[in-house]
Design a binder for this molecule. Structure first.
Ligand SMILES: *[C@@H]1O[C@H](CO)[C@@H](O)[C@H](O)[C@H]1NC(C)=O
Ligand SMILES: CC(=O)N[C@H]1CO[C@H](CO)[C@@H](O)[C@@H]1O
Length: 418
């Protein structure tokens, strides 16, 4: 199923580079910590005179020289502390340079004027807002936009004639930028290209539109219309939508499907009067969002690296399949790392209400370790396992490896904070 971000532009290259970079950072850190420690050892032993050192270790406080030795020690200790601090500052700088935490300087002449205008501060017309306390509107773009080559792409993206049609050659630019973690993108003041499905296309009324959107099927599998999933199981990992809804004892009314492709899940849920928002990316230039909208469903253009734009505890249900491997990943360059998974899972936990269901659907684990990592994390969060299925099957595509698929329906616990 959907390894969404892997398909965007030169994403794979970015992952590789990010991994190289983080190895470099780790090596540098290691070298620096070692140097600091060696220096500390050197400072501690060599600065003591040959006669003082043994005396120090003998430590005869009664002999009158103890006080002097103590001050010598404290001098050395403060020297070491200073050296460690300087070393930490150096490390911090190295890390910043490597990771590229630059900032977009709006005064830079090379920035397109539209970007400068967008980033300018605008005072509120009626002065200070009493409730929020703000006095001006400040727009922002992601800090990663300041990194090359995102900066150059962003400059291209913001080079247009205001109020005229947006340049037509660049409709993949937003995805290229998002793939480089330049997200959120700035707003633009140009007219967007017409939808691929002409505006005049007849829209069928809901719910006929669910399975007859009047638009070309954009892809295969989850990226196109699938009438089998969740109603005609293909294996023990495929849970039935009605079984899962029954577990919610009628309390499942709104849900969020992460990386939901063509929104078949939302369609099946809509038939059961459950409103589901589907996050979906434009994969390889395919118009997923338009297609989902044509079905009469709610598309949310959001890369899995972003914090979900929802308030805490709002959803009765969160559904995810392979989005787990993209979660929190692109901007961190650690797609398979435990931390990336944690950033992602804790955000799911945040938007899910207590008693709500997290449906992990046919998650393809790279190996047994990955399955264990995911299992442990879910257990740490204290979720109750309502359904759990682990399936193994030979990988058809490659070297006789077995694929592990994990499906689960888990209930978020009510946590008390006192
Ligand atoms: C959905 O809601 C409509 C209108 O309230 C109702 O007629 C229909 O039976 C509901 N369908 C399901 C599956 O609950
Ligand atoms: C540098 C210093 O004051 N060293 C003294 C440490 O204490 C011994 C006696 O315990 C003295 O002999 C050293 O002169």
């Amino acid at each position: 199923m959907g390894s969404v971000s892997i398909y965007i532009g030169d994403d794979t290259a970015r992952f590789r580079r990010a991994t190289l970079w983080s190895s470099a950072v780790h090596l540098l850190m290691l070298a620096s910590v070692l140097t600091t420690n060696l220096f500390a050892l050197y400072a501690f032993t060599s600065a003591l005179s040959p006669s003082a050192a043994p005396a120090l270790f003998r430590h005869h406080p009664g002999e009158g020289g103890g006080r002097g030795n103590v001050s010598v020690i404290s001098d050395h200790v403060s020297l070491i502390v200073r050296e460690i601090e300087a070393s930490e500052r150096r490390l911090h700088r190295i890390e910043r340079e490597l990771v590229g935490y630059d900032t977009l300087d709006p005064s830079k002449p090379s920035l397109p004027s539209e970007l400068k205008l967008f980033l300018a501060r605008y005072p509120l017309p009626l002065g200070r807002d009493a409730r929020s306390g703000i006095t001006e509107m400040v727009a922002s773009v992601a800090h990663s936009c300041a990194r090359s080559p995102a900066t150059e792409l962003l400059a291209r993206y913001m080079s247009y004639r205001p109020a005229a049609p947006c340049p037509t050659d660049d409709f993949l630019l937003p995805q290229k930028l998002v793939a480089k973690a330049c997200e959120p993108l700035p707003r633009r003041r140009c007219l967007s290209r017409p939808a691929a499905y002409s505006a005049a296309a007849r829209r069928l009324p809901f719910p006929q539109s669910l399975w007859n959107p009047g638009a070309k099927n954009p892809g295969a599998g989850v990226y196109g219309i699938d009438k089998q999933m969740w109603v005609k199981p293909r294996g023990k990992n495929d849970f039935l939508i009605d079984d899962v809804l029954a577990l919610g004892s009628g309390g499942i009314r709104i849900g969020f499907d992460i990386g939901g492709g063509a929104a078949n899940f939302a369609a099946r849920m809509a038939e059961r009067n459950v409103t589901v928002v589907t996050s979906t990316l434009e994969i390889g230039g395919k118009t997923m969002n338009e297609f989902v909208a044509a079905r009469g469903l709610f598309p949310l253009l959001l890369s899995p690296a972003q914090r979900f734009p929802f308030y805490d505890s709002v959803f009765d249900l969160v559904h995810a399949n392979n989005a787990l491997d993209e979660g929190g990943a692109p901007s961190l360059g650690q797609a398979t790392g435990v931390e990336a998974l944690e950033f992602f899972m804790f955000d799911i936990d945040r938007v899910l209400r207590a008693g709500g269901l997290f449906w992990l659907d046919n998650y393809l684990c790279a190996d047994d370790d990955r399955k264990l990592t995911v299992t442990r994390l879910l257990e740490r969060l204290g979720y109750k396992k309502l359904k759990w299925a682990v399936g193994e099957k030979a990988d058809a595509s490659s070297s006789g490896k077995t694929q592990i698929r994990l499906s689960a329906v888990l209930q978020k616990p009510a946590r008390s904070w006192n």
